[in-house]
Write a protein that binds this ligand. Structure first.
Ligand SMILES: NC(=O)c1ccc[n+]([C@@H]2O[C@H](COP(=O)([O-])OP(=O)(O)OC[C@H]3O[C@@H](n4cnc5c(N)ncnc54)[C@H](OP(=O)(O)O)[C@@H]3O)[C@@H](O)[C@H]2O)c1
Length: 226
């Protein structure tokens, strides 16, 4: 049975990846903060590692570099990095952190793959009026977390994905469109200003949305996304 470590495996993203790996008959090993002290030890005996950095990590390239070194020490040959759609956007600092992390991964000498997910559909609560601090008519490539899990399991368990970078979206939509389908209203509100990087992201979303193509995901899953 293939043993796959999932860094950040207890979080929202990680749980979707762990569930999909287990569905495919692999043995997923979710790792979190407590495993960070001896990451190489935690990775021992794993065939591959899926690297998810915590949200808004102040130094994501260093966090990813630590994961790369741990994989090298543990002799784990395969690494898949969970990046973001449009990582190279100078106006969004946390996207730039992922662009730099992609470079770390590409220079690691490991057999790598990079996934570039769009905003998760599950970020929106469509059971109540939707209020977001950006233009509700801006276009996004939204990603369903179950589709993300299935795509991650595919690149981790199947051949042909080493050296590949895939952007992932289930569907292109606007917040106003999704809200209308769900029968609720959508409204743009002021940015609450909780974190400067989030404010920068909302300002970018407000002007440009975050469009992402849907064909790579369809191709990876061999079916229409969820
Ligand atoms: N939300 C989106 O739409 C979206 C879209 C594209 C990409 N992403 C990216 O997806 C990633 C994960 O997001 P998420 O919402 O799944 O995160 P999350 O639910 O907050 O999960 C965070 C995970 O990281 C671990 N963690 C937290 N701080 C840590 C630290 N200092 N050192 C090591 N591990 C630490 C946590 O470990 P414990 O189990 O110990 O708590 C947990 O397993 C982020 O990088 C985000 O940018 C998100």
């Amino acid at each position: 049975m293939r043993r796959i470590a999932v860094l950040g495996g207890h979080g929202k993203t990680g749980r979707a990846v762990v569930a999909a790996l287990n569905d495919r008959g692999a043995r997923a090993v979710p790792l979190g903060r407590a495993d960070q002290a001896d990451l190489a030890g935690a990775l021992d005996g794993c065939d591959a590692v899926y690297v998810i950095a915590p949200n808004l990590h102040p130094d994501e390239p260093e966090h990813v570099a630590d994961a790369v070194v741990a994989a090298q020490i543990a002799g784990v040959p395969r690494l898949v990095y969970h990046s973001v759609a449009s990582p190279y956007v100078p106006a969004m600092p946390h996207h730039l952190g992922k662009a730099e992390s992609e470079d770390v991964v590409r220079r690691s000498g490991l057999a790598w793959t990079i996934l570039q997910p769009g905003a998760y559909l599950q970020n929106l609560d469509l059971t109540a009026p939707v209020r977001v601090p950006y233009d509700v008519h801006a276009a996004f490539g939204f990603l369903d977390l179950a589709d993300l899990g299935a795509a991650a399991a595919t690149v981790l368990l199947d051949d042909g994905h080493v050296g590949a970078t895939y952007e992932l979206a289930t569907r292109v939509a606007t917040v106003a469109g999704l809200a209308a389908e769900a029968g609720v209203t959508a409204e743009r509100v002021d940015d609450p200003g909780t974190h400067p990087w989030l404010s920068a992201m909302f300002a970018y979303y407000d002007r440009h949305g975050l469009p992402v193509g849907t064909l790579p995901l369809r191709s990876l899953l061999g079916r229409n996304p969820a």
